[in-house]
Design a protein around this ligand. Structure first.
Ligand code: NAD
Length: 523
């Protein structure tokens, strides 16, 4: 059994303190010297493998800048990674649970030491401001620390309760599934990337990690940390590449035992369908763990502390430019306080400054050209579906830098069945909906196919209790912002079209990557 103190989440850095800002800026300088311009090869069976073609990472806040490159895996590389991982599995599955857990704890310790570097790299690679990068790296450390401890409860024979039966010994044991593929998004390229790898790994599986195309450098940085922590060759195969090519190949493969995916609804459903088809030679039903998109709503009623509700709305909507699956993209306000809340929301959002992640702007650029064009198409739709109360433009530049800049945009009086109210935009665009009364507001909140996060700002106990039972989301928040789930504190994940509700950072998350065997011995 590992001897460590009880899990405690990391605290966040206070950037109102000058010394913390200074330390961050020094880290940016160090990262510019040491990591920007770097190339990360594939890692297969512990060896660096390079490819003829490369993936290029661009700074979204200054698109003239190449942040670095990674190798671009071929189908043959994916095949090699899969075969090698099965070989590594033969020994990794026999490791003691606590020995595996120690590697995660060591990785957490290294990441704590390199916390500022990881933050600074994300400011440059995906445009996170200081606080957004800081909470993400804190979350990455938390995932490692939390899953290391969670693993203990699955160790050995008899780890789960069974009922005693005369004349026999009965018990359950948790065993790993085998080799899986972990396909992650660019919006939490450090925390989600490492959480989705570390959980199956500590449970005894081997994993091929396929990071998002836009954020290969921070993924390479995290893989280096896992190697430094002592992860044996082949347990984590690093396979940057194109999702539709190597990702799809591995999802299809008869030898893939499980797929853990975080990303868009469209890609997730496609993977789910592909994975369901049994391939020649396949001898299991692939397990699929899915964390998909959202159309997350915050309800404000007439009993709420309106100032607090406005703060919750601004934080939830515009943190990392709305590029969070949990972001508040619908503000649902009861008619009698609609004007006051919406005016306050617009006023507060007007004060947000646009600029680069490195400048620590409130709103930075969205991740890539595809995203920029997609969001722009919703800005064009906005005047037809409501009243544009703030923003509405995509200037494509800020403070003299060309980048994928979109103004924080608020659209009022949007109808509940319109596209702005139903489709995930994944940018700084909020649809405000007017509800007749509380019940109407709850009906609007539940009127999408998603079910990820949601919130209620109200001082009515009765309504909060009704929402607790009836608001259809995986993560429900009262009287605060609807983003920022903390590992172990608010296990995270949605249902309906938002995913399989696997609850990352929750007490049973590791069970997604294990199977149970019941063994009975008659005495
Ligand atoms: P995406 O679906 O475009 O890509 C996600 C990953 O899938 C990438 O690594 C990509 O290369 C890969 N991929 C693409 N096509 C593939 C295919 N055919 N087969 C296998 N892999 C393939 O998503 P994104 O733009 O990177 O991320 C944003 C989305 O992720 C949003 O919808 C957001 O809501 C969602 N998200 C959800 C959660 C959650 O916990 N529910 C968390 C973060 C992000």
């Amino acid at each position: 059994m590992i001897k460590v103190q009880e899990y405690r989440p990391q605290s966040f850095t206070d950037f109102t303190k000058e010394e913390n800002v200074k330390a961050y800026q020094e880290a940016l300088t160090k990262v510019r010297k040491e990591l920007v311009g770097k190339h990360y090869p594939l890692i297969i069976d512990g060896k660096e493998v390079d490819t003829a073609e490369k993936l290029t990472s661009i700074n979204p806040c200054d698109t003239a800048e190449v942040v670095g490159t990674t190798a671009k895996a071929t189908i043959q590389d994916a095949e090699n990674a899969l075969q090698g991982a099965w070989k590594a599995f033969e020994s990794w599955k026999k490791w003691d649970m606590d020995a595996r857990a120690r590697i995660l704890l060591k990785a957490a310790a290294i990441l704590k030491r390199r916390r500022l570097e990881a933050c600074a790299l994300m400011s440059i690679e995906v445009g996170k401001n200081y606080a957004e990068a800081d909470v993400e790296v804190a979350e990455a450390i938390d995932f490692l620390e939390y899953y290391a401890r969670s693993a203990m409860k699955y160790a050995g024979f008899g780890s789960s309760e069974t009922t005693w039966f005369e004349g026999e010994e009965n018990g359950l044991m948790s065993i790993p599934l085998g080799v899986g593929v972990s396909i992650s998004p660019w919006n939490f390229p450090c925390a989600i990337f490492i959480g989705m790898a570390a959980a199956p790994i500590v449970a005894g599986n081997c994993v091929i990690v396929k990071p998002a195309e836009d954020a290969g450098l921070i993924a390479g940085f995290m893989v280096d940390i896992m190697r430094e922590a002592g992860l044996p060759a082949g347990v984590l195969q690093f396979l940057p590449g194109v999702g539709k090519e190597v990702g799809e190949y591995l999802v299809n493969h008869a030898k893939t035992r499980f797929i853990t995916f975080t990303g868009s609804r469209a890609v997730g459903l496609h993977i789910n369908e592909v994975a369901a088809k049994v391939q020649p030679g396949q001898k299991w039903i692939k397990r699929v763990v899915m964390e998909l998109g959202g159309k997350d709503g915050l309800i404000v009623d007439e009993t709420a502390d309106l100032d607090n509700a406005i703060t919750a709305a601004v934080q939830g909507a515009f943190g990392f430019n709305g590029q969070k699956c949990s972001a508040m993209s619908r503000l649902i306000v009861v008619d009698s306080v609609y004007d006051e809340v919406v005016n306050g929301f617009v006023e507060r959002a007007k004060a947000l400054k646009m600029g680069t992640g490195e400048e620590n702007a409130n709103v930075t650029a969205v991740v890539n050209e595809m995203s920029f064009n997609k969001i722009k198409s919703y800005l064009e739709l906005a005047p037809q579906e409501g009243k544009v109360l703030l923003g509405g433009e995509a200037p494509g530049e800020a403070n003299g830098k060309q980048g994928y800049y979109i103004q924080p945009t608020i659209v009022g009086d949007v109808q509940r069945d319109s596209r702005l109210a139903q489709e995930e935009i994944f940018g700084p665009v909020v649809a405000v909906l007017r509800a007749k009364d509380w019940q109407d507001a709850l009906d609007i909140a539940n009127s999408t196919e998603y079910g990820l996060t949601g919130g209620v700002c109200s001082n009515s106990r009765e309504r909060l209790e009704q929402a607790r039972a009836e608001f259809e989301v995986g993560n429900l928040y009262f009287n605060r912002k609807i983003t920022g789930a903390i590992v172990g504190v608010q296990p995270f994940g949605g249902y309906n079209m938002s995913g399989t509700d696997s609850k990352a950072g929750g007490p049973d998350y590791l069970a997604n990557f294990m199977q149970l065997k019941t063994v009975t011995e008659r005495w």
